[in-house]
Design a protein around this ligand. Structure first.
Ligand SMILES: O=P(O)(O)OC[C@@]1(O)O[C@H](CO)[C@@H](O)[C@@H]1O
Ligand SMILES: [Mn+2]
Length: 441
C-alpha cells in the first residue's frame, strides 16, 4: 500500500509517524503510540459520553438536585465539556484552574512549571494530558451550585458491580488456607479483576459464565512477572507483635473493588494483616475509579444482596469498617494529581510518611503503574527499582493488567516475542504483572 504522507492533523500539530522512542516519555506526539490513540480516539468519546448522559438524564438529575437551576447548570457544564473536547482535538494549551477547586494551587504550580512547548494535549506527557482532562471535567461540576456532588460515571460503576462475576466469585470462594499457593491464587484473581476497566471495554473475565478461580489459573502464562512468593514472605514474616497494616491504593469500582475486598478479607482472616487501609479518589476519575461514595455503596449493595454469599460478606465487611479493621483513608488530592509517585516526597511528604507506616502498599491497576514508572518507554527488561526512582516508602507491589505501552522487569526477549504475536499486546489487558519492591531501610 502506497505510504500516504502526513495528514493535515499530523502536520499541523507536529505529530511524528513513529512509535514512542525507547527511554522517551509517552506522548501524543508519537502517532503509533497508545497515547496518540487515546488522545485522538478514546478521550473524545469519553467526553461525548458524559455530554450524552447529562443530556439524556437531565430530568432525573434536575429532580435529584434543584430543578430549573440544575437544568440551567447542566446546559452550562455541557458547554464547558464541548469546549474542552474542542481544545483536546485541536491540541490547545492547558489552562490554569481559577475556580473553587480545593487543589487548584497544586495543579497551577504544576501547570506553570511545564515548559510552554509541552503544555498542550498532544505535546505533553500522556499522563499529564489525561489527568488534566479528567480534572478539568470535574472542575466544571465543582464550580456549579447544584451539581458539585454529581458523579457522571456513577451509573457505569454501578453496572460494573451488578454483574454475575461478583456472584460467581462470591460462590466459588472455597475455604481458603493460610499458605503461599492460596495467597498467590487470590493475588491473580485480584490481578485479573483489573481487566474490568470501563475506560476501555474489552472481553474480560467479567463474563457471567466464568468461574473466576478456574479462569484465572488458565492465565498463568499471561502473568509476565510473578513476585507472589516475595509478597507472601513480606507478610508471612512480618513482626506479629506490631500492628501490621496493608494499604490498597485502589483502582476501579465494581468487580475489581470486590476482588480487593476478597483479598483484604483473606489478609485479615489469616492474620497476615491486622488493619487494611483503602485509598480512594477524591473525584470521578478515569471513568471507573473508586470514590468514597462508590466505596460505601459497594458495602450497602453487598449487604442488601439476595444472595446469602454476598449479603454475609457485606455485613461482615461493614462490621470490619465499624471496628476499624477496614479503614477508608482520608481523601487526598495527590491521587487525582498528575504527579508521578517519585515526586510524592516533594509534593506531599505527609502522604509518603503515611504510606511508610504500612508493611505493604498494594498499587492497583494501570494508571497507578504509569505513575510508579512515570509514563516512560523504559527498556522492558529494566529493573523495577530503577524505574521507581526512589519511591520506596515501604514494601510495595503492583497488580496491573497491561493497558498502556510501558512495562519493566521482563525477561530478555519476552517483549519482542509478544510484539511478534500482537503489535498491540500492551493495550489489551490480556497480560499482567505482579511486581514487588522492598521498602528502602
Ligand atoms: O488504572 P486502570 O483503570 O487499570 O487503567 C486506566 C488506563 O490504563 O486505562 C486506559 C487504557 O490504557 C488509560 O487511559 C489509563 O491509564
Ligand atoms: Mn482505573
Amino acid at each position: 500500500m502506497e505510504h500516504s504522507g502526513p495528514s493535515d492533523f499530523e502536520r499541523k500539530y507536529d505529530i511524528l509517524d513513529v512509535a514512542t522512542p525507547r527511554h522517551t516519555i509517552l506522548s501524543g506526539r508519537y502517532k503509533r503510540s497508545f497515547a496518540y490513540y487515546t488522545l485522538r480516539e478514546r478521550l473524545p468519546v469519553i467526553l461525548t459520553n458524559i455530554i450524552d448522559s447529562l443530556t439524556k438524564e437531565k430530568d432525573e438529575i434536575a429532580e435529584k438536585y434543584e430543578g430549573e437551576k440544575t437544568r440551567e447548570e447542566i446546559k452550562t457544564v455541557v458547554g464547558h465539556i464541548s469546549k474542552l473536547k474542542y481544545q483536546l482535538q485541536t491540541d490547545k494549551p492547558f489552562e490554569k484552574f481559577l475556580g473553587i477547586e480545593q487543589d487548584k494551587e497544586m495543579w497551577n504550580i504544576f501547570l506553570e512549571a511545564l515548559p510552554a512547548k509541552c503544555a498542550s494535549f498532544f505535546q505533553s506527557a500522556w499522563l499529564y494530558s489525561e489527568c488534566y482532562m479528567y480534572r478539568r471535567v470535574f472542575s466544571f461540576f465543582e464550580n456549579t451550585e447544584t451539581l458539585r456532588h454529581h458523579d457522571y460515571f456513577f451509573k457505569q460503576k454501578c453496572k460494573a458491580l451488578e454483574i454475575n462475576a461478583v456472584l460467581n466469585l462470591g460462590k466459588s470462594l472455597r475455604s481458603t488456607e493460610r499458605d503461599s499457593k492460596t495467597f498467590s491464587s487470590l493475588l491473580k484473581v485480584n490481578l485479573w479483576g483489573n481487566k474490568c476497566d470501563l475506560s476501555i471495554i474489552i472481553p474480560t473475565i467479567c463474563d457471567p459464565n466464568d468461574n473466576v478461580f478456574e479462569h484465572c489459573s488458565t492465565l498463568d502464562d499471561h502473568v509476565l512477572v510473578d513476585d507472589s512468593s516475595r509478597i507472601w514472605k513480606c507478610l508471612d514474616s512480618a513482626d506479629q507483635s506490631k500492628c501490621i497494616t496493608v494499604d490498597f491504593v485502589l483502582d476501579n469500582a465494581g468487580f475489581e473493588f470486590y476482588t480487593d475486598l476478597i483479598l483484604a478479607d483473606y489478609l485479615l482472616s489469616k492474620k497476615l494483616a491486622h488493619k487494611i487501609r483503602f485509598h480512594t479518589k477524591p473525584m470521578p476519575w478515569f471513568v471507573s475509579d473508586v470514590t468514597p461514595v462508590d466505596f460505601h455503596h459497594t458495602f450497602e449493595y453487598l449487604e442488601k444482596h439476595s444472595s446469602s454469599h454476598l449479603s454475609v460478606q457485606g455485613r461482615k465487611w461493614k462490621q470490619y469498617l465499624a471496628d476499624g479493621f477496614f479503614e477508608m483513608a482520608a481523601v487526598n488530592y495527590f491521587w487525582s494529581s498528575p504527579y508521578e509517585y517519585y515526586k510524592m516526597r516533594e509534593v506531599d511528604m505527609d502522604l509518603y510518611n503515611y504510606l511508610a507506616q504500612a508493611q505493604l502498599v498494594i498499587f492497583k491497576g494501570d494508571l497507578n503503574y504509569r505513575k510508579l514508572l512515570g509514563d516512560k518507554n523504559w527498556d522492558p527488561t529494566e529493573d523495577f527499582l530503577i524505574c521507581l526512582r526512589g519511591f520506596q516508602p515501604t514494601n510495595i507491589c503492583t497488580l496491573r493488567t497491561v493497558k498502556a505501552d510501558l512495562i519493566c522487569g521482563l525477561e530478555h526477549g519476552k517483549a519482542e516475542d509478544l510484539f511478534r504475536q500482537n503489535p498491540k499486546w500492551m493495550e489489551t489487558g490480556e497480560y499482567g504483572v505482579i511486581q514487588f519492591m522492598e521498602g528502602s531501610k
